[in-house]
Design a protein around this ligand. Structure first.
Ligand code: BGC
Length: 496
C-alpha cells in the first residue's frame, strides 16, 4: 500500500487518504481517452503522406506530389487534404458543449462511455472507407468521441485526485495523448511500406484503445463530486472511502457537499459563466488553449513527416524523424508529471516560453530543434492547457467552463490544421516567426495574469487564488461570490 498522505499543507484543510491501487487503475483507464485523441492527432499526417491513400482519395495532390521536388513547400497545399485532418476538431468543438451537459447531468463516467462508442464508429468508418465521404464521416465520428473524452477525462482525473498530486494525476491524460501520438508515428513508419492497404491498417489500429476505453469505462467509478452533486450522497461517500483507502473521509466529504450545495444554487451554469466573477478562470481557460495551439505544436504533430520532407529529408527519414520527436514528447511529459506539483504551473510555463521561442527562431538543425521545442511544450503548455482549466473553475461552472476550454482548443487546432500547409506554402520558413511572436505574447500572459494553483484544493480556488490575485480580484465582487468550501482563507506566498 502506498503511504498515507495528508492532502493540503500549511493552513490548508487536511484530507485523509492514500494513493490507492483503485485510483491508479481508474486513472489509467480514463487516460485511454487521451490515447485515442493522441492517436488521431498523430495518424493523419502519416496517412496523408502515403501514396496509396493519396492516389485513392486525393488524386490531384498525388499528381502534384509526383512532379514536385523534395523541397517543394506547396506540394501538399490542398484545402480538402487539410480538411481530412481538421474536420475532426470541428466535430469535437460542437460535441464538447453537448458533452458538458451530459457530464454534469449524467456524470463523468457515462460521458466517457459515449466517447468510446463514437471512437469505435469512427474507426470502422475510416478504416473501411471506400469513398471520401465515408472517410470524412468517420473523422467526424472520431471528433465527437474526442469532444466527449476531452470534456470528461481531465475533470474526472482532477476530481479523483488528492490535491497534493492532482497535477501529476491529471497530466496522465496528456501523457497518454503523447503515447498515442508516438504509437501513431511508429505505426505510420511501419505501414508506409505495406501496399496498398497500409493506410487502412494505420486507421484500424485505433480500434484497440477505443475498445479498451469502452470496456474499461464500464468498470471505473463515478467521481464523488459528480455523485454528490446529483444528490447521491451516500454513494459519493462510499466511493470517496474506496478511492482514498481510508474509512474516515469526513473532512473531504463535507467539503465536497458544501461545494455541491453552492453549485446546486446555480441552475444555469452557462449564464453564471458569463457573469463578471467567472471572468478570471474563463479568460485563463480560453487563453491557455489559444496559446497552446499558437505555440505551433500541431504544425509539428500533424505534419511532421510532411514538414521534414519539405526541408529536404527523404520520405523514410521523415517518418523516422517523426518517431523521434514523438518519443521526446512522451519523455518530456514525464518531466511535467514529476515537476508540476513541485515547481508549480507557472515556473514550467515560463521556462518553456524561452525554450520554445529560441527554437522557433532557428529552423536549421531541424530535428534537434524540433525535439527541444517539443520538450518545452510537453512539460508545460501541453499538459497544463488541460490541467489548469480543470482545476480553476468553482464546481457550479466547472463543466460549462471546461467546455469552453475544450472547444477553444478544438477551434484553434482546427485553424492550425486547416491553414498550416497553405501558410507553409506561402510563408515558407517565415511561418516559424509567426509562431515565435505568439510565444512572446504567451510569456507575458503567464508572467502577469496566470496565478499559481499548485496544491490548492479544487474547491477552494476561488477564495485562495482568484480573490488574492493582483489583477483578477477586481472581478470577484462580493455579492456574486460565496465563500469557498470549508476552506480557511489564508494567503499562500506562491499564489500571488
Ligand atoms: C494538444 C494537442 C497536441 C498535443 C501534443 C495536446 O495538449 O491539445 O493539440 O497535439 O498536446 O502532445
Amino acid at each position: 500500500m502506498a503511504p498515507a498522505i495528508a492532502v493540503g499543507g500549511g493552513d490548508m484543510p487536511v484530507f485523509e487518504g492514500r494513493i490507492t491501487v483503485y485510483v491508479v487503475a481508474c486513472v489509467i483507464i480514463a487516460a485511454f481517452g487521451g490515447l485515442m485523441f493522441g492517436y488521431d492527432i498523430g495518424i493523419s499526417g502519416g496517412v496523408t503522406a502515403m501514396d496509396d491513400f493519396l492516389e485513392r482519395f486525393f488524386p490531384r495532390v498525388y499528381e502534384k506530389k509526383k512532379h514536385a521536388h523534395e523541397d517543394n513547400y506547396c506540394k501538399y497545399d490542398n484545402q480538402f487534404l487539410q480538411l481530412f485532418t481538421s474536420c475532426l476538431y470541428l466535430a469535437a468543438l460542437i460535441a464538447s458543449f453537448v458533452a458538458s451537459r451530459v457530464c454534469s447531468k449524467q456524470g463523468r463516467r457515462p460521458t466517457m462511455q459515449i466517447a468510446s462508442f463514437f471512437f469505435l464508429v469512427g474507426v470502422v468508418l475510416t478504416s473501411a472507407a471506400f469513398h471520401i465521404s465515408m472517410l470524412i464521416l468517420g473523422r467526424l465520428a472520431l471528433g465527437i468521441g474526442v469532444g466527449f473524452a476531452n470534456q470528461a477525462v481531465p475533470l474526472f482525473l482532477s476530481e479523483l485526485a488528492p490535491a497534493k498530486i492532482r497535477g501529476a494525476l491529471n497530466i496522465s491524460f496528456q501523457l497518454f495523448i503523447t503515447i498515442g501520438i508516438f504509437i501513431a508515428n511508429m505505426v505510420n513508419y511501419a505501414m508506409s511500406n505495406v501496399h496498398p492497404y497500409g493506410w487502412r491498417l494505420s486507421l484500424a489500429i485505433a480500434g484497440v484503445p477505443a475498445l479498451f476505453l469502452c470496456v474499461g469505462s464500464m468498470s471505473i467509478c463515478e467521481t464523488p463530486t459528480s455523485l454528490i452533486e446529483r444528490g447521491r450522497l451516500e454513494e459519493g461517500r462510499v466511493v470517496l472511502q474506496r478511492i482514498r483507502g481510508v474509512a474516515n473521509v469526513d473532512n473531504e466529504f463535507d467539503s465536497i457537499v458544501h461545494a455541491c450545495e453552492m453549485a446546486n444554487q446555480v441552475t444555469k451554469p452557462f449564464s453564471k459563466l458569463m457573469k463578471r466573477s467567472s471572468r478570471p478562470p474563463l479568460v485563463i481557460a480560453i487563453l491557455l488553449q489559444v496559446f497552446q495551439q499558437f505555440t505551433g505544436i500541431n504544425a509539428i504533430m500533424f505534419y511532421a513527416p510532411v514538414l521534414f520532407q519539405t526541408v529536404g529529408f527523404g520520405s523514410e527519414a521523415s517518418l523516422l524523424s517523426a518517431v523521434i520527436t514523438g518519443l521526446v514528447n512522451v519523455f518530456s511529459t514525464l518531466v511535467s508529471v514529476y515537476a508540476v506539483d513541485k515547481a508549480g504551473r507557472r515556473a514550467l510555463l515560463l521556462e518553456a516560453v524561452v525554450q520554445m521561442f529560441i527554437t522557433q527562431m532557428e529552423a536549421i538543425i531541424v530535428v534537434v530543434l524540433v525535439c527541444v521545442f517539443v520538450m518545452g511544450f510537453a512539460w508545460s503548455w501541453g499538459p497544463l492547457g488541460w490541467l489548469i482549466p480543470s482545476e480553476t473553475f468553482p464546481l457550479e461552472t466547472r463543466t460549462a467552463g471546461f467546455a469552453f476550454a475544450v472547444s477553444t482548443n478544438m477551434l484553434f487546432t482546427f485553424l492550425v490544421a486547416q491553414a498550416f500547409l497553405s501558410m507553409l506554402c506561402n510563408m515558407k520558413a517565415g511561418i516559424f516567426f509567426f509562431f515565435a511572436a505568439w510565444i512572446v505574447v504567451m510569456g507575458l500572459f503567464a508572467m502577469f495574469l496566470l496565478p499559481e494553483t499548485k496544491g490548492v484544493p479544487v474547491d477552494a480556488v476561488t477564495e485562495r487564488v482568484w480573490k488574492q490575485h493582483w489583477f483578477w480580484k477586481r472581478f470577484m465582487d462580493e455579492e456574486d461570490v460565496k465563500p469557498a468550501a470549508k476552506a480557511p482563507s489564508g494567503i499562500h506566498p506562491h499564489l500571488t
